[in-house]
Design a protein around this ligand. Structure first.
Ligand code: SF4
Length: 467
């Protein structure tokens, strides 16, 4: 790692970037204009937050608060736990530990800094971790392994067979840093009794593990409050998802990113509920006026992103779509499968149901919720099995009247790269033009955004999607 990178504390730099960005939202137009001149590499990203007003401010507030929680955890006597985006942090808040979601930190660095997370990604390889792993964990992990971030106390993750590269990143961190580690596992099926029993037992063992690390038992009242807050959030999400079905789609494309990053950071926390309320107000107003969520105004095409988005410097994917009148209909990360969600009508057995009647019921509900997190719900088994990736993608693409489907991941997504070609053939057979991006969502060195966007442009033109 370059000496100049080693000179700065990673978490502090992230906090400082988002603290500054949040404060900027309160500036006068002249102050904002002047400040933008000093941020050439995050100018468009910052302009997107500014354009989205209070919703943009809510996201910046959450990000600032998330990094602040990490930086101040030790002073507040709290433990820090490294975790992953497909693990709901709600149980961690309920047990009073501070989550450090590696993918959230990597994404923040990738989209904010010109150099992205490159130095940290490479540092993992320097100390022996494979470069064919997922870049989503490797960015923040590099900083942690290099001692440039707050020291974590223990690790929990949950992507065993779903994504080996994700699971290996946490196993490597545990061995390298000598930290206690618990990994939830997932059987290849979702709805049968055997899978349900496994989820519940595994989740109880996770709680015992966290109790052994904190020295404190799970507080049922705190868990109940957290689950009740999730219930409020799910209702708001269900309303947004319902409105997203309209044409034109009144939901700004970038809201999908606001929705999932908020949930990855603050599932079950009031700060996320307030962000969702704000987004729903804006979306409802757009819907009432028959207005598209695109800043370009006219909706020319609707795209469903069947995997993840693209996050390198300046968040250019959303601008690219907006400029061309392409409505982003969300993707695997923005969908949450509570029984309130419009998508699960008719397949309620594949959803989770919140229940706060007793401690056992609450733990079962959390086990069900966690097993329906992005990826661990639908990439666990054969891609074309019931409730799995193809089923969900086709169901969602139909429901949201998508004109096309776009796949983007990282070179580390071996599980989906192994099946994405037959998957795309199937989605094409069902009438959805499908584009497979070759980019790494977090690392422009794999394929530059210029090449990735050229190929996207070609896809939209050749398939006459913007006609
Ligand atoms: S599936 Fe892809 S994006 Fe998700 S954790 Fe695994 S490698 Fe990363």
């Amino acid at each position: 790692m370059r000496p100049e990178t080693k000179a700065y504390h990673f978490d502090w730099m992230l906090w400082r970037s988002f603290d500054g960005a949040e404060k900027m939202m309160s500036g006068t137009p002249k102050e904002i204009e002047r400040a933008l001149e000093y941020m050439p590499h995050f100018r468009r990203g910052m302009e997107a937050f500014l354009r989205h007003g209070s919703a943009g401010r809510h996201l910046l507030t959450m990000m600032r608060a998330y990094f602040e929680n990490i930086l101040t955890a030790r002073d507040r006597g709290k433990k820090l736990v490294a975790t992953t985006f497909c693990f709901s942090p709600a149980i961690l808040y309920a047990m009073d530990v501070v989550p450090v979601c590696l993918e959230v930190l990597t994404t923040a660095a990738s989209m904010t800094w010109k150099r992205g997370a490159a130095d940290y990604l490479d540092y993992c390889v320097e100390v022996g971790f494979t470069e064919t792993s997922c870049s989503a964990q490797r960015g923040a992990l590099g900083a942690i392994l290099a001692g440039l971030a707050e020291e974590i106390d223990f690790i929990v993750c949950d992507s065993g067979g779903v994504c080996d590269t994700n699971a290996n990143a946490f196993a490597f961190a545990s061995a390298y840093l000598d930290k206690p580690f618990y990994q939830l596992n997932y059987p290849p099926t979702l709805t049968d009794e055997r899978a349900r029993t496994y989820h519940r037992q595994d989740y109880r063992a996770l709680i015992e593990f966290i109790e052994s690390q904190t020295g404190r038992p799970l507080d049922p009242d705190r868990l109940r409050r957290t689950i009740e807050e999730i219930g409020r959030q799910d209702e708001l999400l269900a309303e947004i998802e319902e409105l997203q079905r309209l044409a034109p789609n009144p939901v700004p494309g970038i809201y999908n990113m606001f929705i999932y990053s908020g949930r990855f950071m603050f599932d079950g926390q009031p700060v996320y509920t307030r962000a969702l309320e704000c987004m729903l107000d804006h979306v409802s107003e757009n819907a009432r006026l028959g207005r598209s969520g695109l800043h370009s105004g006219e909706e020319r095409a609707r795209a469903f992103f069947c995997y993840i988005d693209h996050y390198t410097t300046d968040m250019r994917l959303w601008d690219w779509l907006d400029d061309r009148g392409v409505s982003h209909l969300g993707g695997i990360l923005s969908r949450f499968y509570s029984d309130a969600a419009p998508f699960v009508r008719g397949i309620e057995e594949s959803a989770y149901r919140l229940d706060t009647t007793g401690l056992d019921e609450m733990i079962d509900a959390m086990a069900a919720l966690n097993s329906r997190m992005p990826m661990v719900r639908s990439i666990r088994g054969p891609y074309d099995a019931p409730y799995m990736w193809l089923d969900d993608t086709l169901g969602l693409a139909r429901m949201y009247r998508a004109d096309c489907i776009v796949y983007n991941g990282t070179p580390g997504c071996r599980n989906t790269w192994g099946m994405v070609r037959p998957f795309a053939r199937d989605t094409e057979k069902h009438g959805f033009p499908t584009h497979i991006m070759n980019a790494d969502a977090f690392d422009d060195r794999v394929e530059s955004w210029e090449s990735a966007s050229d190929r996207l442009e070609e896809f939209f033109n050749v398939r006459r999607l913007l006609a």
